[in-house]
Write a protein that binds this ligand. Structure first.
Ligand SMILES: N[C@@H](CCC(=O)N[C@@H](CS)C(=O)NCC(=O)O)C(=O)O
Length: 230
């Protein structure tokens, strides 16, 4: 039986834009595990109440359920040891650092470039909740947070320099092949691509080429998903 994944969706149920859910989608694809995704909106808390919390991803695998993308990654490694390892080419502890850098630096930085586009893409029933919760998190209005993105993009690209330096000499963060570190960081760019036409990367950036390789991975799983051209 396929693993079920509660997956954040927009007003169009085919628009799947959670960076954390993309980590899980790619980890499942890496392991060759079948998945059935269930579209979920921010205010559908009752649908995942069985998990004891209100965020996605949540997976249901037979009698087991797991929430939190990092916990899901560890669960998949432990439960399916005969499948290709998502940590191959890296140590889980170091990949955990990539997870925390992405959560603490990359995604909050990126959010201010796409916040208006996320607000436009979400289901109308989520709008009031999204505004209230994100304005509290940002400490300002959505409109103020979104302002002047063309002027700020250079500083954001500077933050990507460690990623760029690594990708100058290897195809993936995992080395010759992608591993879970790639899926974590790529999830942030895929989040943006799924909701926003804003150009985050220049075409001659090694990060741009790396993102393209991951858009093509697993028969174009991420590249075929509803979003904007990059
Ligand atoms: N640490 C969690 C974060 C999950 C998370 O924040 N998910 C967002 C979707 S991108 C969510 O469900 N938010 C619900 C809300 O804001 O109420 C993970 O890695 O899975």
């Amino acid at each position: 039986m396929a693993i079920q994944l509660y997956d954040l969706a927009g007003a169009d149920p085919d628009r799947r834009f959670s960076p954390y859910c993309w980590r899980t989608r790619l980890a499942l694809a890496h392991k060759g595990l079948a998945v059935e995704t269930i579209p979920w909106c921010f205010t559908d808390k009752d649908k995942i109440a069985f998990s004891g919390q209100g965020r996605v991803p949540v997976i249901v695998d037979g009698d087991a359920w797991v929430n939190d993308s990092w916990a899901i990654a560890l669960y998949l490694e432990k439960t399916y040891p005969d499948r290709p390892s998502i940590f191959a080419g890296g140590a889980p502890g170091a990949i955990r650092f990539v997870n925390d850098w992405t959560d603490a630096v990359l995604q909050p930085g990126l959010f201010r470039f796409i916040v208006a586009d996320v607000a436009a893409a979400i289901d109308p029933k989520d709008r009031a909740y999204f505004r209230q919760s994100r304005e509290q998190r940002l400490g300002t209005t959505l409109e103020e947070a979104a302002r002047g993105r063309e002027d700020r993009i250079g500083a954001f690209r500077d933050v990507l320099q460690p990623l760029r330096l690594t990708l100058r000499t290897q195809e993936f963060l995992g080395g010759a092949k992608p591993n879970y570190a790639d899926y974590i960081v790529f999830g942030a760019f895929q989040w943006a691509r799924c909701v926003s036409p804003f150009r985050l990367l220049e075409a001659d950036d090694p990060v741009y080429a790396w993102r393209g390789r991951l858009l093509d991975a697993f028969d174009g799983l991420a590249g075929k998903a509803l979003g904007f051209p990059v």
